[in-house]
Structures are given as structure tokens and as C-alpha cells.
Design a protein around this ligand. Structure first.
Ligand code: PLP
Length: 458
């Protein structure tokens, strides 16, 4: 029995229409090995990992330092409970995370993935408000098209009609405010300019901040926290915020006693050029959620960093029931923490952030080639995240009908040219691991452009 047939017989894949998947004409690619930015399939074909294995991998596959750290840890122990016990790796990781985020006095709550990091964040905020006597502060404010994961709380803070519609009756109410995504912002009066990121040519009066402050003022004492992805909203289609938005939003929250919860699950660990996206601006969040790249993309490890103020709200005598009654069996997993520590060490030994500046420039140089296609509406980039938005009409920014699956078809076509990446709708994404070479970036761009020209010939 081949792996592909076994898969079809027994598995159910995330975000996948299994009727298409199980269609006998569709043979899944079976990944069996990886090295650096290259993935090897069972049939011997090689592919460039164009989205860092769904935005997780940092330094490449089979990084010797991370492999070794996991082996060394495995020689001692893989996992032991974090309930009533600790281990000798998680505390070191927690100290590193507090240091590199600059969140002095923060405490680190470990879990497994992005959704659990966000779920913990929301529950912490809710409970802390009650235990501080701020019982009216119950409302979370969050961005349109925001995505924070698939657990019920994370979905409630998210606003993705496509992903969340079926679960609406299960979700708690949150206040949605407009996303500061300049390309499709109704307040952006600028005409589209070919060759320019829409954020640079935008003409507006920061109506996004106006709408946020109006919402916060309307909510008054009932607003608890503003929840958002820092600078780049991944599942919204890699929409990117104008520089300065986050700082302005943070100030608006601070002035009103509203906490800031930053989802850096995708943007964390150097993706946008700074170690964390919020560090491009001047602000201090109360909570940061981390996952994906935390372990270098090796193992499911996540962290929710909470300010001292929030942590202190949980302290009290046992009988006061102020405990954070929340946790997961694999919290503090030693293998994952060892991988994370090894990944963080590479940032220091290799000056990863410094090196990424050059890669970012190379990505920008090659990605500029997309502009020669008339159906490219926007090419936007933050660090090593590049998004190419395909539109039916450049001038009106009108999209293709959803059912045409243009983005999906382009990425399928790019596979034939040796590139694996996954679009969000009609937004194509290039997000290479940090070990990528300039030559590999050029190959990724070429493969995606070939796919684009095959699906939408000029
Ligand atoms: C910004 C953001 N938050 C949270 C999540 C959820 O993370 P996970 O898939 O690890 O649960 C994602 C996943 O893509 C994400 O992009």
C-alpha cells in the first residue's frame, strides 16, 4: 500500500475539501525528507519550501544544531509533566523569551500551538479582569479578517467569515473594528499604482485609528483588551498594516486602560525583520502569543507571555480560587523546549537578523518581477514575507470569483516547476526559511511566475 493510498484511506486533512483530496486523479505529494530550504518527495522529486512549511520553519530543515539539541534531550528524557513539576529546559527558554521580547517581569505560560497560545491569552485576560474587580471589562476588540486559530475562543476573537461562519452560534461576542489593510481600505483615496506597495501610495487620514478609538470610547469601561496580529494578518491574505498603526493603537489602548494582546504566532522570530513585529515600533503589550517558529519549526511548542500586572491578578490563597485553571498535557515539553533554545541560539551565532536584511532585499528585487503581469494588483512585503495579490481588474482591485480558485490553481501549477507554497485565496505567498540562498529565491519567484502565466496567460 503506498503512503498516498493509506493517506486517502485513513486521514482527514486540515482546511481541505476531502472530496477533492480523495479524487483519484489527485495524487498527493508525499514528503519524506528535507534539508535546508528543500523538501524531498517519495517519488524522488525535489521542491523548494516556499512557505516555510506553513510559516513555521526558520533556519531550514535538518539544522544540525537543532537536530543535535533534540537528540541530546532525547538521550535524557522526552517529556515529563509540568503539573506540580518542572524540568531543566523550560525555565531557560522562558528566561530567553522574556529577554528577547523585552517584556520585563512577564511570566511565560507554555502550550502547544498558536491556537492554544491565543486561547490561554483570552482566558487569562478574562479571568484577570474579574479577579482585579474590573468585572465590567468583558469585551474583546479585534480586527476584521483577523485569525488567531481554530479553538472556540481564538475563533471568537477572529473575524474570518469563510472559516468561522459555521461555528457562529458557538462563539462569544467580540467587537470587530476595521483592519488597517491599505490595499483594500475603503478610506484609501489613492488610485492603485503599479510597482508600489499600496501602503506607500495611500492617501488617508488614519481613519482606521479613528474607527478604533471610536469603538473603544463607545465601549468605555466594558472594553477589556484589543487583540491583533502585529503588522501582518496572515490568514487574511498577508494583509499588511501601515507603519505606525500599531503604536497609535497601543497608545489609544493605554490611555483608556485597555490591554493589548499581540498575536505574533506568525510574525515572531525574525519574520518581519525585527525579532518580533511589534518591536519595529514603540510600545509594550500586556500579552504576546508565540508559536510556529518558536521551535524553529520543529515541534509544537507555544508560549503566552503575560505582564506582571496580569500574572499578579492570579495570586492568592488556595481557597480564593484565583488559580489559572487551564493547561495541556504536553506543556513544557522538554524536546520542544530544547529545540526552541537551539533555534534561538542560532540567531546569536549566525546573526540571523543581520543576514535576513540581505535576503529581504533579494526577495524584494526578484518579487518586483511580478508587476509585469496585468493581473497582479499588489506586491507587498515585510521582511521575509512577500504577498502577491491577484485581481481580475487592476484599476478597480476587483477579485476573481471565489469558485475560480485562481490562487490555488497558480500554486498547483508552480509545483510542476519545483515550488511548494499555499495561497490564501488569491494571494500568493513567498515566505522562505532563513537559510534560503539568493539563487533559491530567484527560483521560487520564477516557478510562481510560470504558474501565474500558465493559469492567466497574457
Ligand atoms: C496569526 C496566527 N495566530 C494563530 C494561529 C494558529 O496557530 P496554530 O495553527 O498553530 O494553532 C495562526 C495559524 O496560522 C496564525 O497565523
Amino acid at each position: 500500500m503506498t503512503s498516498a493510498n493509506l493517506d486517502r484511506d485513513y486521514l482527514w486533512h486540515p482546511f481541505t475539501q476531502m472530496q477533492d483530496w480523495n479524487d483519484s486523479k489527485h495524487t498527493p505529494i508525499v514528503i519524506v525528507e528535507g534539508r535546508g530550504a528543500v523538501l524531498l518527495a517519495e517519488d524522488g522529486r525535489k521542491y523548494l519550501d516556499g512557505n516555510s512549511s506553513i510559516w513555521t520553519n526558520l533556519h531550514g530543515h535538518r539544522r544540525p544544531e537543532i537536530d543535535q539539541a533534540i537528540r541530546d534531550q532525547l538521550d535524557r528524557i522526552a517529556h515529563s509533566s509540568f503539573l506540580g513539576l518542572t524540568n531543566d529546559v523550560a525555565p531557560r527558554l522562558a528566561r530567553e523569551l522574556v529577554e528577547i521580547t523585552g517584556l520585563r517581569g512577564a511570566k511565560v505560560f507554555l502550550s502547544d500551538d498558536g491556537s492554544t497560545a491565543m486561547e490561554a491569552a483570552l482566558k487569562m485576560v478574562h479571568q484577570a479582569r474579574i479577579q482585579r474587580g474590573e468585572t465590567k471589562r468583558k469585551v474583546f476588540v479585534s480586527l476584521a479578517s483577523g485569525y488567531h486559530g481554530d479553538t472556540v475562543g481564538a475563533m471568537s476573537a477572529g473575524h474570518s467569515p469563510l472559516f468561522h461562519a459555521a461555528y457562529k452560534p458557538l462563539l462569544f461576542e467580540t467587537r470587530e473594528v476595521m483592519s488597517p489593510a491599505c490595499y483594500r481600505c475603503p478610506h484609501n483615496r489613492a488610485e492603485p499604482v503599479r510597482g508600489t506597495d499600496a501602503r506607500k501610495s495611500r492617501q488617508c487620514d488614519w481613519e482606521c485609528i479613528g474607527e478604533l478609538t471610536t469603538a473603544l470610547d463607545e465601549l468605555g469601561e466594558t472594553a477589556s483588551a484589543f487583540v491583533l496580529e502585529s503588522r501582518v494578518q496572515g490568514a487574511a491574505g498577508m494583509t499588511m498594516h501601515p507603519h505606525g498603526y500599531l503604536e497609535k493603537a497601543a497608545n489609544a489602548c493605554r490611555e483608556r486602560g485597555i490591554w493589548l494582546v499581540l498575536d505574533e504566532v506568525m510574525t515572531g522570530f525574525g519574520r518581519t525583520g525585527a525579532m518580533f513585529a511589534f518591536q519595529h515600533e514603540k510600545l509594550t503589550p500586556e500579552i504576546i502569543a508565540l508559536a510556529k517558529g518558536l521551535s524553529g519549526g520543529y515541534l509544537p511548542v507555544a508560549a503566552t507571555l503575560a505582564s506582571r500586572e496580569i500574572f499578579d491578578a492570579f495570586l492568592g490563597d488556595h481557597g480564593e480560587l484565583k488559580t489559572f485553571f487551564h493547561g495541556h498535557s504536553y506543556t513544557g515539553n522538554a524536546l520542544g523546549c530544547a529545540a526552541a533554545l537551539a533555534s534561538l541560539k542560532i540567531f546569536e551565532t549566525e546573526n540571523t537578523l543581520g543576514k535576513n536584511v540581505l535576503l529581504k532585499e533579494a526577495l524584494a528585487k526578484y518579487a518586483a518581477k511580478f508587476w509585469d503581469h496585468p493581473h497582479v494588483g499588489d506586491v507587498r512585503q515585510e521582511g521575509l514575507i512577500c504577498a502577491i495579490e491577484i485581481v481580475r481588474d487592476f484599476q478597480t482591485r476587483q477579485s476573481f470569483p471565489f469558485a475560480e480558485r485562481i490562487g490555488h490553481r497558480i500554486c498547483e501549477a508552480a509545483r510542476k516547476h519545483g515550488l511548494l507554497t499555499r495561497p490564501v485565496g488569491d494571494v500568493l505567498i513567498l515566505m522562505p526559511p532563513y537559510c534560503v540562498t539568493e539563487n533559491q529565491i530567484a527560483q521560487m519567484v520564477d516557478a510562481l511566475r510560470l504558474g501565474l502565466h500558465e493559469v492567466l496567460p497574457v
